[in-house]
Write a new protein. Structure first.
Lengths: 379, 280
């Protein structure tokens, strides 16, 4: 178990900077998830922590001890790869024991073979792969291979677990199952885990804290719901949440202490609640963010109106795409058995406390906290 | 019969005829060598497709008239040591050339391939100086050493290509497990490269087994000769007589092990030659 701290870490490949100036602290025993679009540097950052890549600048410390120059095995990390990377010619038992055997042969005072055997079998029991120990990787299904890869990591009792998109090769049902299992493992082992994914649902469900990365920089670090309710900027707001948040440009027409009135150029003026209007002036250009799940069609007079151009029936709910103005379609969530039809005009109510506002540079304006941590749905 | 059917029959007949011709062309010389080796005296000069009185005299004579057993052991030693040397060197080189990024890698690979373009005769005199300088003249080690000239280029190339195909994550998993590059090559990569090792090893073995020019130049005494040289230097009772029977018997003796090797490893060779094409 270890706390990890990174100071001003940078990594360049040739002239391109994959990671630049990342400062980051991961607490002991935490489940941290790195999330971001492909090419954002999340995997590079993980490989820097693993020691598979050398930093170009900055330093990395485990429990206050500088490990920047150390090899992966010296750091005491274990890694689970996207392709599992099991040794094809070894059976499951040998795959799991390989690291232990190597550690033993380097060690002059030999740890007993029995201890090793016990550890492998104990790990196999935890992961319910005892019956597979004699099999070769090619005789296993995807989910079983994944378990073996995780087992190979656990058996070495590392200080830090690193996961590089471990579930992306599994089918949807198995992914959900493995997600729950990983969460359980983390609770049982209590080891620091760092998990890389591009899937924000995985990030939201697994993480104690999420690190959102974009173009090699950290955009925001926070608990899942913190990122959902208080994204720091447009990027985080757009990345967290599914379907994606709707963005519309607007002009402030009036502001008082706790709320502003916005003109979108279409529909009626919208009133948005904010924590503090000190930085806003009448006439300022802002971006309004609205999550689909906060918007519903209303029989009354809503502030926005548009023609339905597409419907997505998910069974439990329906998403409607409205042509509103000439920007991207506005997505709203509707009941599963909604009566809305394509081509119909729909009016949408915008609750003031559900608005997200971003200034011209894309930074979020502080939102008022409406006790959203125990989410109460309005409307 | 419809014309279409006739056409197909003719096509198939032609195909088997072609197979027969190719088969005859490749197998007949060896068959003739076997038949000739079983004849003795003047029977050698009569056209017979199976000798009326097969005799093993020639085989006995080969071993009686020169140290042919010793020659076979020499060849075996030279071929095996050449294979072992070139595979271990090529495996190490393949790891560097296939997995480590460094400047001039492409150029180095091209140079290694370029070495194999020189005809043996062009390097012969220089090689002779080197061998006598090292004090290896009339020593079997001279042959093992000089054969690396033509075995290393293709072993390095084949193994480099093969090693490049192995997934990066496998190596990284081993690094995280605490493996050194040596451990990675010997305990992770080598077992996976079995087919490639067998194929290149066999080709190197055949090349070393058959080599003549270096073997002729770098050895002096008859008990240091390898089989191709020994066979070439088999002589009859007088300068006007070529002992065809003995030569044929010797040829058959040294060909049989090669055929046996190829048959044993046949399936692995095929996988080795095609393994680069499909992901394993």
């Amino acid at each position: 178990m270890a706390a990890i701290s990174m100071h001003a870490v940078g990594k360049t490949f040739g002239k391109t900077a994959a990671v630049s100036n990342v400062a980051l602290d991961i607490h002991d025993g935490e489940f941290a998830v790195f999330v971001g679009p492909s090419g954002c540097g999340k995997s590079t950052l993980l490989r820097l922590i693993a020691g598979l890549e050398d930093v170009s600048s900055g330093s990395i410390a485990f429990d206050g001890q500088d490990v920047t120059e150390q090899a992966p095995s010296e750091r005491g990390v274990a890694m689970v790869f996207q392709s599992y990377a099991l040794y094809p010619h070894m059976n499951v038992y040998d795959n799991m024991a390989f690291g232990l055997k190597l550690a033993q042969s380097n060690n002059t005072n030999k740890t007993d073979r029995q201890g090793m055997d016990q550890r492998v079998r104990e790990t196999a029991r935890i992961l319910q792969i005892e019956h597979l120990l004699a099999r070769k990787p090619r005789e296993l299904s995807g989910g079983q291979r994944q378990r073996v890869a995780i087992g190979r990591a656990i058996v070495r009792q590392p200080r830090v677990f690193l996961f590089d998109e471990p579930l992306s090769n599994l089918d949807a049902a198995l992914r959900v199952q493995m997600r729950i299992e990983l969460k359980r493992l983390h609770r049982e082992l209590g080891t620091t885990m760092i998990y890389v994914t591009h899937d924000q649902v995985e990030a939201m469900t697994l993480a104690d804290r999420i690190v959102v990365l974009n173009e090699g920089r950290v955009e925001q670090i926070g608990a899942p719901l913190e990122l959902y309710h208080h994204p720091r900027n447009l990027f985080v707001a757009g990345f967290i949440g599914s379907p994606k948040m709707n963005f519309m440009s607007a002009i402030v027409t009036a502001c008082d202490a706790q709320q502003v009135t916005l003109d979108l150029g279409i529909g009626r003026p919208i009133i948005a609640a904010v924590a503090d209007t000190a930085d806003l002036k009448t006439g300022a250009k802002v971006t309004l963010g609205l999550r689909p799940e906060h918007l519903t069609d209303t029989s009354g007079e809503g502030q926005l109106e548009g023609e339905v151009i597409a419907l997505e029936h998910l069974g439990s709910e329906t998403y409607a795409y409205l042509a509103c103005g000439n920007g991207e379609p506005l997505v709203i969530k509707s009941a599963a058995d909604t009566a809305i039809k394509v081509g119909q005009r729909v009016s949408v109510a915008v609750p003031p406390q559900k608005c997200y506002l971003f200034d011209e540079t894309g930074m979020a304006l502080a939102r008022r906290d409406f006790g959203e941590w125990n989410v109460i749905e309005v409307g | 019969m419809t014309p279409r059917r006739i056409k197909r029959l003719i096509g198939r007949g032609a195909f088997y005829l072609l197979l027969l011709v190719i088969g005859l062309y490749t197998v007949f010389p060896f068959y003739w060598a076997v038949v000739s080796s079983l004849k003795s005296g003047s029977a050698l000069f009569q056209v017979e497709f199976w000798p009326a009185h097969p005799a093993w005299d020639n085989y006995v004579a080969v071993f009686r008239e020169q140290p042919f057993g010793r020659n076979i052991l020499n060849s075996l030693f030279v071929a095996v040591s050449t294979v072992a040397l070139s595979l271990s060197l090529a495996l190490a080189a393949a790891y560097a050339l296939g997995r480590v990024r460094f400047r001039g890698r492409g150029l180095l690979l091209a140079v290694i391939l370029g070495v194999s373009m020189f005809p043996q005769i062009a390097v012969l005199s220089g090689m002779f100086e080197l061998i006598s300088g090292l004090g290896l003249y009339n020593n079997l080690l001279a042959l093992s050493f000089s054969y690396l000239i033509f075995t290393l280029p293709f072993t390095v190339w084949v193994l480099t290509t093969f090693m490049r195909e192995l997934p990066q994550e496998l190596e990284e998993a081993a690094i995280v497990d605490g493996a050194t590059p040596f451990t990675i090559v010997t305990r992770v990569f080598m077992p996976l490269m079995g087919p490639a090792l067998v194929t290149t090893g066999l080709l190197a073995f055949i090349a070393a087994w058959n080599e003549f020019l270096f073997a002729l130049t770098f050895t002096l005494t008859s008990d240091m000769r390898t089989v191709p040289v020994a066979i070439a230097l088999i002589s009859g009772a007088s300068a006007y007589e070529l002992p065809w029977g003995n030569i044929m018997a010797a040829s058959v003796i040294v060909t049989v092990p090669l055929i046996a090797l190829v048959l044993v490893f046949q399936r692995r060779i095929v996988t080795g030659l095609t393994a680069g094409a499909i992901k394993g």
